[in-house]
Design a protein around this ligand. Structure first.
Ligand code: HEM
Length: 255
């Protein structure tokens, strides 16, 4: 029986993936992440996180992807490195710069931010948008007024900063495209979420990608899976002289 076009393209994709995996697993290659790294050893903490992220997304209705393995845990913690992480108050220009410093582009930024289609967020990350946006003593003008009224009830001005809210109130525990449809109607929770659509710099850069993902869950899922692989492959430590497999996820061995 002749292979159907979809089978042929899936097979071609499989061959391509095998070539990529072979390339990164070859001895002496720059990175040595592999599909079957743990035949003889135990996973390290970093790989466990990468696997857990994939399984959580899949179990919540999202896409699946092959997690390449073999990262080693670092032997030091880098406080200054943590300052490079994106912040919920960042504007689009800063977000783009921080992602680009890690070779992640606008599609990666928009697709990965879609991780906020599920999970919870503390009130402290929205209070400035509700009550004192950019020091104006006024709410963020890009925040939908009925969503603002809803959030103001949940997060009163002097309420508990750690109270939890849904990042996506429409489908809080489902991995779907509603993160983007929320942003389209000015219902992004974090400033960093709404910036992807509402920043003046978003026009012609991230806003059209938000529009695309709001219209096509398939497009979002395909990009999210690829961007998770891209993010998981940022400068992995694979050289045993530079890293280790932690016996306690929270601690460097021997500390
Ligand atoms: C674009 C830059 C990002 C910023 C500024 C950001 C910021 C935040 C903040 C402030 C929270 C709430 C934490 C809390 O209240 O304790 C959060 C939660 C969360 N973020 Fe992000 N995030 C970003 C990117 C990502 C990415 C790339 C992913 C995954 C692909 C992701 C997935 C999540 C999830 C799943 C939660 C909910 C966690 C829970 O329910 O415990 N975020 N993020």
């Amino acid at each position: 029986m002749a292979a159907s076009p979809s089978f042929r393209s899936a097979a071609a994709a499989g061959v391509l993936l095998a070539m990529v995996v072979a390339a990164v697993c070859l001895p002496g290659a720059a990175a040595q992440l592999c599909e079957d790294y743990y035949d003889d050893t135990c996973p390290d903490a970093y790989d466990i996180l990468a696997i857990a992220a994939e399984i959580s997304v899949e179990l919540s209705g999202g896409p699946s992807w092959g997690v390449l393995l073999g990262r080693l845990d670092g032997k030091t913690s880098d406080f200054n490195g943590s300052l490079d992480l994106p912040a919920p108050t960042d504007n689009l220009t800063v977000l783009q710069q921080k992602f680009s410093n890690l070779s992640l582009n606008d599609v990666d930024l928009v697709a990965l931010s879609g991780g906020h289609t599920f999970g919870r967020v503390q009130c402290q990350f929205v209070t400035d948008r509700l009550y004192n946006f950019s020091g104006t003593n006024m709410p963020d003008p890009t925040l939908d007024s009925s969503y603002r009224a809803f959030l103001s009830q949940r997060c009163p001005r002097n309420g508990a900063p750690a109270s939890l809210n849904d990042l996506d109130p429409t489908t809080p525990d489902t991995f779907d495209k509603n993160y983007y449809t929320n942003i389209e109607v000015n219902r992004g929770f974090l400033n960093s979420d709404q910036e992807l659509k509402s920043s003046p710099q978003a026009q012609g850069t991230t806003a059209p990608i938000v529009d695309q993902f709001a219209g096509s869950q398939d497009a979002f899922f395909a990009s999210f899976a690829q961007s998770m692989i891209n993010m998981g492959n940022i400068r992995p430590v694979t050289d045993p002289s530079q890293g280790e497999v932690r016996t306690n996820c929270r601690r460097v061995n021997g500390s």
